[in-house]
Every structure is written in structure tokens, then in C-alpha cells.
Design a protein. Structure first.
Length: 168
């Protein structure tokens, strides 16, 4: 009779030893699982932040290209020699013969400065039309504020332009 009781006691002792020896390992595994879940959550958050950063970087890049367009349309400096070349080139490419160009004094405005330009040229109606279209499509803003014309010989007209351009 002793042998079944001893056997049961030994089995209970063995079960207790296994339980108490594996319990710390089980707690360690649970702790490591919790740390793994935290690490995975942190990785997911980092990936989301990286995606947001990429999106903001693309938006910033597009903003820079838009800003460069504005700097071409409204440059920071007067650069009158370049402006003179630009206007005379536009006129000659469209068949107008420029006889006089003069720049007025720069005027201060809200955030921009105005430079008035007086231009005298000659050509026919189609030349005038193509010049006006070219100034409208030009990267640098050139606003026609006044246009006067007079008749000449052979279908040629003389044109007096008052143009305004801007600087920052």
C-alpha cells in the first residue's frame, strides 16, 4: 500500500518541480512577447512617420519649383540690361522693329516694386498681335498699361507701349 502513496507523492513532487521550474520561463516568454509587440508597434509608427516625411518632402519639392517660377516671373533684382535684351528679343522675334526703349524710376509697392518701361516700335498688325501674345506668355511678368499707335507708309504702324514689370 505504501508504494501507490509514495508514487502519488513522487508524482506530485515532480509536477510541482516542473511547475515551479517552468513558470519563470513562461513569465519570461510572456514578457518577451510583450516587448516584441511594443517593438512592432514602434516600427509601425516609425514607418508611418517615414511615409508622412516622404509626403512632406514631395510637397516641399513642389513648393520649391513653384517658388523658382515666381522668382523668374518677379525677380529679386532689377537687372535692366537683361530686361532690355528680353524685350527687344521678344519684339524682334515677332517682327517689330524697336526704335527706342527707356526705363522709368522704380516705384515701391506692397511687397513688389514696379518698373515702368516705355517702348517705341514699328510693324504691322500681325506683328503687334504676336508681340502681345508673346509678352503675355513670357515667364517674366510684363503688363501692358498703355498702347498708342499711328499710321505709317506701306501698312506699317508705329506703336508706343507703356509696359510695367515687377521686382521683389
Amino acid at each position: 500500500m505504501k508504494s501507490p502513496i509514495v508514487l502519488i507523492v513522487l508524482i506530485l513532487i515532480l509536477a510541482g518541480m516542473i511547475f515551479f521550474m517552468t513558470m519563470p520561463l513562461y513569465r519570461n516568454v510572456r514578457s518577451l512577447k510583450a516587448q516584441l509587440e511594443q517593438q512592432e508597434q514602434a516600427l509601425e509608427n516609425a514607418q508611418n512617420l517615414a511615409d508622412v516625411l516622404d509626403q512632406l518632402s514631395r510637397q516641399f519639392g513642389s513648393q520649391i519649383s513653384e517658388l523658382s517660377k515666381v522668382e523668374v516671373a518677379v525677380p529679386k533684382e532689377d537687372d535692366l540690361p537683361r530686361l532690355l535684351v528680353e524685350i527687344t528679343t521678344l519684339a524682334s522675334q515677332n517682327g517689330l522693329s524697336v526704335s527706342e526703349v527707356s526705363f522709368g524710376e522704380k516705384k515701391q509697392g506692397q511687397g513688389v516694386n514696379f518698373i515702368p518701361i516705355a517702348l517705341k516700335a514699328s510693324g504691322n498688325y500681325l506683328n503687334l498681335k504676336s508681340f502681345l501674345i508673346a509678352t503675355e506668355q513670357n515667364l517674366r511678368i510684363l503688363d501692358l498699361t498703355q498702347l498708342g499707335f499711328g499710321a505709317s507708309e506701306g501698312g506699317q504702324y508705329s506703336f508706343d507701349f507703356a509696359i510695367q514689370t515687377y521686382t521683389q
